[in-house]
Design a protein around this ligand. Structure first.
Ligand SMILES: [Zn+2]
Length: 504
């Protein structure tokens, strides 16, 4: 026996050198697979580059993942002979979109979406950073431990950069050390619901939970995002008095969630956001109202709070700007979301508020499920899963519908990049400027396309998307994430080289 063991021992260095070789090979090859470009120092050239100083014709120099310089055409000509020039002609070059509100459902519900499909769809849509919500994954991200599970799930499986919101729930709201553990682990802020979330392990909070949450967040200078709806009518509002109401009719659903739910929630929130004013007990914390649908009294309340100095912002989503209740067909539960899509006059007011700056930014609230939960056979709006699937199309949707209101490229950048970067605490994102991360989208506002089965859709379940069947303007040509060309012309870089974004 002795001689055999010795002979095996002699093989060890050989085995070790083999392993070393394969590790080297693996890591080197995967690094080059992060990008569709063979080099990391190059120039992006275009006649329409959207910078904080206006739209210029010129070039953006990228090296090692950062923007090194931005120059106008006349100053650029000297370098034009360089080999590493990507000339996009008339196409628009602007900061990649930062989607502060997406549900990728990973881990635990990857049959709904998952990091790989969700982030590939993001890349194809010009989104370079997305912030994942703490719910619809299982378990919900409400503690340091569950946050680690989410980070593990994201490892090596994300094609764009992904940050994370943690959950503020009754279980952790009065436990400052648990909340701070979650914040120290790197979530960019917290999210809570003032109505049932639809997910059992993510219960709703009330104003006193939110007050507590804000005081923990104040220390870390991070925001609280709130789903602002409080149920006003009894649960049996529809079923009780009007059994005749058709559950397949969108108007039935709309009646179950009137604007008064949003108004009531915001009224309660404003009683606690007083603390976020300068000199207040939660100074440093910030409250962000997600997916506002009611452009009337709810929005007026937010305007007043801003005026009196509360630290508060508000987002709305493309589906509230693209669709109106009147157009939604019986049984078409692709359009069910909460708060609900309201009437056409409300939609117009949302656009006006966005253009006036009263609504600060946009987010997708991409919230898919398996198609079965949409109950397409029954078309039952009351029982179907609520959530719009949209991630890949938010840029062309905003542009296609916004053009009627005279939306400019600079406004798109403000709503989709600059303000979201600020909310998520990402100082070096959201602009095409020297020193910023090279997170860039190149797109053609004039090119139209049909969203149908012939169009490459990277979402896990294209059939549930509310945009199937639409004709949109604004085709994404290329997406750069920290200098890596991760998507171009219908093709993704082979490796998932996005990184998790952790707060520090
Ligand atoms: Zn959501």
């Amino acid at each position: 026996m002795e001689p055999l063991r010795w002979r095996l021992m002699a093989l060890l260095p050989l085995v070790a050198s083999f392993l070393l070789f394969y590790f080297n090979y693996y890591f080197k090859s995967s690094a080059s697979e992060c990008s569709l470009l063979p080099h990391n120092h190059y120039w992006i050239v275009s006649k329409r580059i959207v910078t904080p100083k206006g739209i210029i014709s010129g070039a953006v120099e990228v090296n090692g993942g950062n923007i090194i310089s931005v120059v106008k055409e006349d100053d650029w000509r000297g370098n034009a002979r360089s080999k590493s020039v990507l000339d996009y002609g008339e196409a628009v070059v602007m900061p990649g979109l930062i989607d502060v509100h997406a549900h990728l459902d990973d881990p635990g519900r990857t049959d709904w979406e998952g990091f790989p499909s969700g982030t590939r769809a993001a890349a194809a849509g010009g989104i370079t950073t997305l912030i994942d919500m703490p719910l619809n994954s299982f378990p919900s991200t409400v503690s340091e431990e569950t946050f680690k599970l989410k980070l593990n799930a994201a490892e090596g499986r994300i094609y764009v950069n992904v940050g994370f919101w943690g959950g503020l729930v009754p279980e952790n709201a009065f436990n400052a050390s648990a909340l701070e553990g979650l914040l120290r682990a790197g979530v960019l802020g917290l999210k809570s619901f003032m109505c049932p979330s639809g997910i059992n392990d993510f219960p709703m909070t009330n104003a006193s939970h939110i007050k507590e949450g804000l005081s923990s967040l104040a220390k870390y200078k991070r925001p609280l995002l709130v789903h602002a709806e409080i149920p006003q009518e009894p649960e049996d509002y529809v079923k009780g008095e009007s059994g005749a109401d058709d559950v397949r009719s969108y108007s039935t659903y709309l009646k179950t969630r009137p604007a008064s739910w949003e108004e009531a929630a915001i009224r309660e929130l404003l009683a606690v956001t007083i603390d976020t004013r300068s000199g207040g007990s939660a100074e440093g914390a910030h409250l962000h109202v997600v997916h506002l649908s009611d452009a009337r009294s709810s929005l007026n309340l937010i305007k007043e709070a801003k005026k009196r100095g509360d630290s508060i912002t508000v987002e709305t989503c493309p589906h509230y700007l693209a669709f109106s209740a009147e157009e939604i067909q019986n049984g078409d539960t692709r359009f069910k979301c909460s708060p609900p899509i309201r009437d056409a006059a409300n939609k117009k007011q949302l656009w006006e508020a966005l253009l006036d700056g009263h609504i600060d930014m946009l987010s997708s609230d991409h919230s898919p499920s398996v198609p079965e939960l949409k109950l397409f056979d029954d078309g039952d709006f009351l029982r179907a899963w609520g959530g719009i699937s949209s991630l890949q199309f938010v840029l062309p949707v905003t542009w296609s519908f916004g053009r009627n209101y005279g939306v400019t490229l600079e406004q798109l950048v403000s709503w989709w990049s600059e303000k979201p970067a600020k909310l998520a605490g990402q100082d070096l994102k959201g602009a095409i400027a020297p020193g910023y991360h090279a997170d860039i989208v190149v797109w053609d506002p004039e090119e139209e396309f049909d969203v149908n089965d012939n169009h490459p859709i990277y979402l896990k379940h294209p059939s549930i998307s509310a945009y199937m069947g639409s004709r949109l303007s604004g085709k994404v040509l290329a997406t750069f994430v920290t200098g890596n060309l991760v998507y171009e012309d219908g093709k993704h870089a082979p490796a998932a080289c996005g990184v998790p974004i952790l707060a520090r």
